[in-house]
Write a protein that binds this ligand. Structure first.
Ligand SMILES: [Mn+2]
Length: 371
């Protein structure tokens, strides 16, 4: 129902992105940046590709290096005056980029050192004449601030996810396996317009729900179980993220008590959220509530993370995070309590940080639901 109408996102704002990158390069005194990572390539071109690279120079030149599989769709785009598209056989890309760097007189080049392998680094070092400099997440920090278009994609992505989860909860029956629930949810996601490539869906029932990232198993869902489902959709490359924990048939007093604590931690953390907050402060806002309730040792992961072209990106909300939350961030708030051998509860919302306050992109209820 929400499927993107084109296999490539038109990227009307590509000129602005390239100009912004060029001016950053100028400010840092670096002649060019080469993007090898799939997400950063997609950020610039709007196309999902399995290999290739994008070169942007401080002078504002942009070159997209791709192979036969993608040349048709990339060339069709109105890239004129913004980006040259080159078809280069797979495996020859870096050699070709080396030539471009020479042609453009680039003496220093940012590379994505934390995204390429040591082997790839060595190849670049021996192939290119330019000095290789670590980009230190220059593109990632741009990506952490979403523009109106990206926010809209995440909004649609979240709608697809919630609609799919709602349908799935309605179809869950006692006796179904976790794998069957995963299959139902996947079917619903794709039918509702999500791109494929969905990250590991967590479907954890009963005692399995105490393992925060449990893989769906052959365990059959039973009455009195908690059913924890954590996943997201993808729309035009942009992820969403949601976790809901529902009780099957009924909830015991202990289940209700733990659920209430997690619910309160989620709400209080969201209430404290805003631009200028530090990632670790936000984490503490939720953690204090869980600790005061006596469950501190059972909340062993961070409070949340940024979401965009990747499911986990900047900024991080965790105990040690020094990252400052900025207007334009889209982040998750997902406290949990996990009692080994018993059950676990996590409630995760997706939040947009605006200039004048936050917006919860999640509309699904987080009151304890019995299915
Ligand atoms: Mn998450």
């Amino acid at each position: 129902m929400y499927a993107a109408d084109s296999i490539i996102d038109r990227q009307d704002n590509m000129i602005e992105k390239v100009e912004k990158i060029a001016s950053k390069l100028k400010a840092f005194g670096i002649d060019a940046i080469v993007l090898h990572s799939a997400e950063n390539r997609r950020y610039i071109t709007g196309l999902k590709t399995s290999s290739g690279a994008v070169l942007i120079t401080a002078e504002g030149k942009c070159a997209c290096i791709t192979d036969f599989r993608y040349i048709e769709v990339l060339s069709k785009k109105a890239y004129d005056n913004i980006c040259s598209v080159y078809e280069v056989p797979q495996g020859m890309e870096d050699e070709f980029i080396g030539e471009l760097l020479k042609r453009y007189h680039c003496k220093s080049v940012y590379i994505e050192h934390f995204r390429i392998s040591a082997q790839h680094y060595n190849i670049l070092k021996s192939t290119w004449k330019a000095e290789l400099v670590e980009s230190n997440g220059m593109i990632e920090s741009m990506r952490a601030i979403k523009d109106a278009r990206e926010l809209e994609y995440i909004r649609v992505s979240q709608q697809i996810a919630e609609h799919s989860l709602d349908q799935t909860f309605k179809d869950v029956q006692v006796g179904m396996t976790e794998k069957e629930v995963e299959a139902l949810l996947t079917w619903n996601l794709l039918k509702n317009g999500s791109e494929n490539g969905i990250f590991g869906i967590v479907v954890a029932s009963g005692p399995n729900s105490s393992m925060p990232h449990a893989l769906p198993s052959g365990r059959r869902i039973d009455k009195g179980d908690f059913l924890l489902i954590d996943f997201g959709a993808i729309y035009n490359g942009y992820y969403s993220d949601i976790t809901r924990t529902a009780a099957v048939g009924y909830a015991t007093e202990e289940m209700k008590k733990v659920y209430d604590v997690v619910h309160k931690a989620n709400c209080e953390a969201i209430a404290a959220l805003g631009k200028g907050c530090c990632g670790s402060e936000m984490d503490r806002a939720a953690r204090d509530i869980i600790t005061q309730s006596g469950y501190g040792e059972y909340f062993g992961h961070g409070l949340g993370h940024g979401v965009g072209l990747e499911i986990h990106e900047s900024p991080r909300l965790s105990k040690g995070s020094k990252e400052i939350i900025q207007a334009g961030n889209v982040i998750t708030v997902e406290p949990g309590i996990y009692l080994p051998g018993k059950f676990g509860v996590r409630i995760e919302d997706l939040i947009y940080i605006g200039e004048d306050g936050i917006e919860n992109l999640t509309s699904m209820t987080k009151e304890l639901t019995i299915i």
